[in-house]
Ligand binder design. Structure first.
Ligand code: RIB
Ligand code: CA
Length: 307
């Protein structure tokens, strides 16, 4: 089934940027709104980056400002990985476009009401604060969402005793539990996919040589420091969730039961997703693998659209 109408919620962010490029260049989905949330950076930076990305990708899609902090925790930003402005080594001075007149969650609710077709999918590529606020303020919106595809969490703790501290969950675990409790169908795209979905330095040069948009991505990658894959390359976590929507056939899914648990680590306690593949009831499908060559070919194809 085509996921026709899609609302993106994100915190751009370099890998968010690559994911948005893929989403807006696919024939299989139509992106109706790009809602932003604080996460990688402050909300001022993520809105500004998202507006700039719609200019770079030459798409007329409304960009809405969303939550500036988690439901109840203090923000923890990811500037180290994403660069001080969240676009790695790519810097820009001006943004011509203005944010949408409504802010999220009202903007998301408005877009859902516009698409009353009940087949609206939410693609969540950052902390889930906006989605939780949407469900708290507009409980009826859960009837208008066909499923939520989200990048977040770890499908296994890699055998380690310390649960994996994935950023989108750690930033706002309480928001994620509110979403899990809504019974909206969930597709989880965990960190482990990003550990295989990365562009090596040679592939980054191929991206650079594609066109102007490729050059911009190359600049982003120069300061992208995702320590999970280190010098191996640039992990494009969020593109795994975007491509699940545009090309689900290249992914392998397994059913699981997801819930948020908390782990005390020295002086702080962080939330993580407990992903149970052996539970007798399930509330999500989890992406456990992707055909990486087809994955990269699709991304190159989308990028070459800008030639
Ligand atoms: O852990 C990876 C996630 O955290 C990605 O969404 C990245 O953009 C950061 O937000
Ligand atoms: Ca993100």
């Amino acid at each position: 089934m085509k996921d026709y109408y899609v609302i993106i919620d994100c915190d751009p962010g370099i890998d968010d940027a690559m994911a948005i490029m893929n989403a807006v260049n696919s024939e299989n989905i139509e992106v109706k709104l790009i809602s932003t949330v604080s996460g990688n950076l402050t909300i001022e930076e993520t809105v500004r980056n998202a507006l700039k990305l719609t200019e770079i990708f030459n798409v007329d899609i409304p960009v809405a400002e969303g939550a500036r902090e988690p439901i109840k925790r203090q923000p923890i930003y990811a500037g180290l990985a994403q660069g001080t402005k969240g676009m790695g080594g790519y810097q820009f001075k001006t943004v011509k476009r203005e944010p949408f007149i409504l802010k999220s969650p009202d903007a998301i609710h408005y877009a859902l009401c516009q698409n009353m077709a009940r087949n609206t999918t939410i693609l969540c590529m950052g902390p889930m604060t906006n989605i939780a606020n949407l469900l708290l303020k507009y409980p009826e919106s859960r009837e208008m969402i066909s499923k939520i595809v989200f990048m977040g969490g770890s499908k296994d703790e890699n055998g380690s005793t310390v649960p994996y501290r994935e950023f989108n969950v750690a930033y706002d675990p309480e928001a994620m539990q509110i979403v899990f409790d809504s019974n909206i169908p969930l597709i989880m795209v965990p960190m482990e996919l990003g550990h295989i979905a990365y562009f090596t330095p040679e592939e980054q040069l191929k991206i650079k040589r594609a066109n102007k948009v490729g050059e911009i991505f190359y600049k982003m990658f120069t300061k992208y420091n995702d320590f999970h894959v280190g010098k191996l390359g640039a992990a494009v976590h969020d593109s795994c969730s975007a491509l699940f929507l545009t090309n689900p056939e290249i992914f392998t899914l397994e059913p699981a039961f997801l819930k948020i648990e908390y782990h005390k680590n020295n002086d702080n306690e962080y939330g993580y997703i407990k992903c149970d593949f052996n539970a007798n009831k399930t509330n999500a499908m989890v992406c456990v693998d992707v055909e990486i060559e087809k994955f990269k070919k699709i991304i190159y194809g989308n990028l070459f659209n800008y030639n």
